[in-house]
Ligand binder design. Structure first.
Ligand code: FES
Length: 89
């Protein structure tokens, strides 16, 4: 299996629901698969900043995007917060 087709188990708290997600899926997309509601006012386009989530660990996620820097800031990013619509596994 190539890195591109690798799957990762993603678990949401506090529900404990898990999903084997394909590389490239966003946290927002994975939550939708599990019918977990994540707030959004821009439909997942990276404009509203309402989909902020705490991602633990964040080491397997895509690099911090410009939208995340602008909408949640480096201090919250350092604490592990990310935008669910911007973060790919
Ligand atoms: S849903 Fe609007 S920034 Fe993520």
């Amino acid at each position: 299996m190539s890195e591109k087709n690798k799957k990762q188990k993603i678990t949401f708290k506090p529900s404990g629901l898990s999903y084997m997600a394909d590389t490239g899926m966003t946290i927002f997309e994975i939550a939708n698969k599990l019918d977990i509601a994540i707030r959004s006012e821009c439909g997942g386009k990276g404009f509203c900043g309402k989909c902020k989530v705490l991602a633990e660990p964040d080491s397997n996620l895509s690099p911090v995007s410009e939208a995340e820097l602008n909408l949640i800031g480096s201090e919250e990013i350092a604490k592990g917060f990310r935008l669910a619509c911007q973060k790919q596994i």
